[in-house]
Design a protein around this ligand. Structure first.
Ligand SMILES: C[S@@+](CC[C@H](N)C(=O)[O-])C[C@H]1O[C@@H](n2cnc3c(N)ncnc32)[C@H](O)[C@@H]1O
Length: 280
């Protein structure tokens, strides 16, 4: 198959290469039982200098922390989505800012409905990768910041809907977070969401040292929750359910200057997955 040019991905959309690469590194690792052949196929089909993600000696910790957090992020999202599907095997999962995420293929139980939503350029790119098709797996080309996609989600909604936002919200301002949560809470009362957030207290260091800056991608982290329960301040219909720390267990990988600023308890709050419910 002719390789697809990664330069077709513009701005923030190029960041989808980072979780894809981490997923594939884990899938190819002999010490791991995790396997994702579709992600490996996507990776092989994209023309990109993947070596850019490798550490240079002064920045080893960035790769180590990113890899540990990304692997944990994937495992927790997989587990939480699986829990949802155990309770609602024919529920609808809506993956906001889906990128080239392959969770649908990993968790498909033959009954669920799944929608991948991303910007039009990403959906066109993904369609060129010719992934296995399923009538229960749909793509919506839209910005999550507009609300023209809501009607389409409602059309496919079952009695239970789970929204997932992995690696998406940190690129949005507080005002944009408020807009997204208000849109979801108003339109999908009783439903749930899992989202990934990065607290502002560490955002400058992460932005300075992240794989995004190393690979010169044009994306900026903007805002996130220090305290997950503050999510209700964005919209009172958003109810906190649970949170999962992504840096817990990786504290020792952080360099001394960052550890001086962050206690282990604070580090737990820095990168999280948060589970919320929209009040009825
Ligand atoms: C870091 S990637 C994460 C991809 C995927 N969720 C994963 O974890 O593999 C961020 C994704 O958010 C998407 N994105 C950014 N802004 C968006 C917007 N306004 N509407 C929809 N998707 C957006 C990008 O195109 C990109 O695919």
């Amino acid at each position: 198959m002719q390789q697809i040019q990664s330069d077709d991905l513009k701005g923030v959309s190029k960041t989808l290469l980072i979780p894809l690469h981490c997923c594939v590194e884990e899938s190819k690792s002999e010490s791991s039982s995790f396997k994702d052949e579709i992600a490996e196929r996507f990776h092989d089909a994209i023309a990109y200098d993947w070596g850019k993600f490798d550490a240079d000696s002064s920045q080893n910790w960035v790769t180590a922390v990113t890899t540990a957090a990304m692997n944990k992020r994937r495992v927790i999202f997989d587990e939480q989505v699986k829990n949802f599907l155990e309770e609602a095997p024919d529920g609808l999962v809506v993956n906001l800012g889906a990128g080239l995420n392959t969770r649908f293929h990993r968790l498909d139980n033959g009954r669920l409905e799944w929608i991948e939503l991303d910007l039009p350029g990403v959906i066109t790119f993904r369609q060129k990768l010719r992934e296995p098709e399923s009538k229960r797996h749909r793509m919506i080309a839209a910005s999550v910041l507009d609300d023209d996609w809501v009607g389409e989600i409602k059309r496919y909604a079952r009695s239970r809907v789970l929204f997932v936002a992995e690696g998406l919200l940190p690129y949005f301002t507080e005002e944009e977070h408020r807009k997204i949560f208000t849109c979801l809470a108003e339109n999908f009362p009783g439903q749930e969401m899992l989202f990934h957030t990065i607290a502002p207290s560490l955002t400058p260091e992460l932005a300075q040292h992240s794989l995004i800056s190393r690979t010169k991608m044009k994306a900026e982290m903007q805002w996130g929750l220090d305290d997950s329960k503050q999510v209700s301040a964005l919209n009172p219909k958003v109810e906190f359910v649970d949170e999962f720390s992504l840096l817990e267990g990786s504290y020792d990988l952080l360099p001394e200057p960052i550890r001086q600023k962050l206690s282990p308890a604070m580090a737990k709050q820095v990168m999280k997955i948060v589970h919320v419910r929209f009040r009825e």
